[in-house]
Design a protein around this ligand. Structure first.
Ligand code: GLV
Ligand code: MN
Ligand code: MN
Length: 411
C-alpha cells in the first residue's frame, strides 16, 4: 500500500543526507568526478542495494540500480550540483526512483519489464564546459570531443575519469541498446513558480527547452590603469560588458518564444585593480522554445559581438560548446503521468521545462517523460531551494502509479 506521507518523509531524510556531501563546509558544491561525487555515488549505491536493486556503475560513473529482467524502464536524475546549490535539483529524482523501485520490489509484483534507477554525475556542466555527458553515454550519443574539455584547473574529462577509476575506452559499453531501453522517466523539482502559483504539487512536462552554450574570449591589451589615456585603451572587459548587455537585449526581443540569455561566468585577466584587462573569457547560455529562433538569435549575438569588438580594436573568439534541441516528452508517457497524478486526487497540470535535463539525451534513445514537483517560491540553483515532504511523497506515489500503468508494448 502506497503511503505518500511516509515516502515523503523518507525522501526528505535521504535528500538531507546527500545534501551534506559537499566540497565546502558552508555551501553545497558537488562536482562531477570529485571525492564528493564518489561519496554521493557510494551512498546511493548502498540505498539501491537496501532497496533490493543490484547496484553497479558505468564508465561515466553513473550509478545503476537494476531490478528484474526484460526491457528496461529507466528512472533517473543526477547527483552533481551547481556551485552553492540547493539540495533537491537532481537528488530528488534519484531518491524518488529508489523509493518507487523499492516499493515495487517489496510488493512481490511481477512486471513485464525490468527497472534501472540511474544516478547520473554530469547534468549541470559545473565542472567541465559541457553537460549531460553521463546521460549521453547511456543514450549512445556520447561525443568523444568531451573527453578533452578541461576544468578550471586544466584537468581534462579523460584525466578526471581515469582518476575516478574509469576507463574512457569503456564508454561505448555504457550505451543501452535501442530494443533494451523501453522508456525514461524523471522526477525533478520544477525550479520555477508555475505549480506554486497554481496551488498544485505536481506537473507533467510537455517539452524541455533547447539550449546553446558558447565560450567567448575577448582579447585586447593589458596596460597601466594610471597612464594609458581612455581613448588609447583596448580594454577587453569593457568590450565584454557591451556583449553581456547585447545578449540580454537580444534575448528580451524573443521573450514570446520563452528565450532567456545568460552570461553566468566571466573572468578578466590579469585581474588586478591597477591593470587594464587584456583578456576576458565569458560564457553565453541561450535557451528558447523554438530551435530555429534560438539559432537565429545566436547568429545575431555573434554578428553584434564582432561589430562591437571591431569598434574597440579588440579580437574575439566564439566557441560553440553545447547545443541541444527542444525535446518533446512522449505523449503516451505524459498520459500515464496524467492518469497517475489524477488518481492521487491532484489536478495534472502540463507545463514546459525551461531548465535542461538528462531527458534531453535519453530522448535520443527512447520515449522520455518528466514529472515536476512544486518548488517553494520558484527558487532554484540557490541554497533556499525547497520541495515539501508532502509534495515529494505525492511525486513518488505518482511515479509508483506510472510504473504500475507502464506497458513497454503500448508506447
Ligand atoms: C541545468 O540545471 C540547466 O538547465 O542548466
Ligand atoms: Mn537538474
Ligand atoms: Mn540544475
Amino acid at each position: 500500500m502506497t503511503d505518500p506521507d511516509r515516502l515523503g518523509a523518507r525522501a526528505a531524510a535521504m535528500i538531507e543526507e546527500l545534501g551534506a556531501i559537499s566540497a565546502e563546509p558552508g555551501r553545497l558544491v558537488r562536482l562531477y568526478l570529485t571525492p564528493e561525487h564518489r561519496r554521493a555515488a557510494d551512498l546511493v549505491a548502498r540505498w539501491m542495494r537496501e532497496a533490493g536493486l543490484a547496484a553497479g556503475e558505468d564508465a561515466l560513473g553513473t550509478v545503476r540500480g537494476r531490478w528484474g529482467g526484460g526491457r528496461r524502464l529507466l528512472i533517473g536524475s543526477h547527483l552533481d550540483s551547481v556551485i552553492d546549490a540547493g539540495r533537491y535539483d537532481g537528488p530528488l529524482g534519484v531518491v524518488a526512483g529508489i523509493l518507487a523501485a523499492e516499493q515495487v520490489v517489496r510488493s512481490g509484483r511481477q512486471l513485464p519489464f525490468g527497472i534501472d534507477v540511474l544516478a547520473f554525475g554530469d547534468e549541470e556542466g559545473s565542472r567541465f564546459p559541457s553537460t549531460l555527458s553521463s546521460s549521453a553515454a547511456c543514450a549512445g550519443v556520447f561525443d568523444d570531443a568531451m573527453l578533452s574539455l578541461a576544468d578550471r584547473d586544466g584537468v581534462t574529462m579523460a584525466e578526471a575519469l581515469r582518476a575516478y577509476g574509469k576507463s574512457p575506452a569503456e564508454i561505448p559499453a555504457a550505451a543501452y541498446g535501442r530494443a533494451e531501453a523501453a522508456a525514461y522517466v524523471e522526477v525533478h523539482i520544477e525550479q520555477g513558480p508555475v505549480l506554486e502559483s497554481e496551488n498544485e504539487p505536481l506537473g507533467v512536462v510537455t517539452d524541455i527547452v533547447g539550449a546553446s552554450r558558447l565560450r567567448v574570449t575577448v582579447t585586447g591589451e593589458a596596460g597601466h590603469a594610471g597612464t594609458v589615456p581612455m581613448d588609447l585603451r583596448r580594454d577587453a572587459l569593457a568590450g565584454a560588458a557591451e556583449l553581456v548587455l547585447a545578449v540580454e537585449r537580444i534575448a528580451r526581443t524573443h521573450h514570446d518564444d520563452r528565450m532567456v540569455g545568460t552570461v553566468g561566468r566571466i573572468q578578466a585577466a590579469p585581474g588586478a585593480t591597477n591593470v587594464i584587462p587584456g583578456r576576458v573569457q565569458l560564457s553565453i547560455d541561450l535557451r528558447s522554445a523554438t530551435d530555429r529562433i534560438r539559432r537565429a538569435a545566436l547568429a545575431e549575438i555573434k554578428a553584434e559581438a564582432f561589430r562591437l569588438v571591431e569598434a574597440r580594436g579588440l579580437e574575439i573568439e566564439l566557441e560553440p560548446l553545447y547545443e541541444v534541441a527542444t525535446t518533446p516528452c512522449a505523449p503516451a508517457l505524459q498520459e500515464l503521468l496524467v492518469q497517475s497524478v489524477s488518481a492521487l486526487g491532484h489536478r495534472p497540470l502540463r507545463l514546459p521545462s525551461g531548465a535542461g535535463h538528462d531527458g534531453q539525451m535519453m530522448a535520443k534513445l527512447c520515449p522520455m517523460a518528466m514529472l515536476f514537483v512544486r518548488c517553494r517560491g520558484g527558487v532554484s540553483h540557490n541554497p533556499a531551494e525547497c520541495a515539501s515532504p508532502a509534495d515529494m511523497g505525492a511525486a513518488i506515489a505518482a511515479l509508483i502509479g506510472f510504473i504500475e500503468r507502464f506497458d513497454p508494448d503500448r508506447l
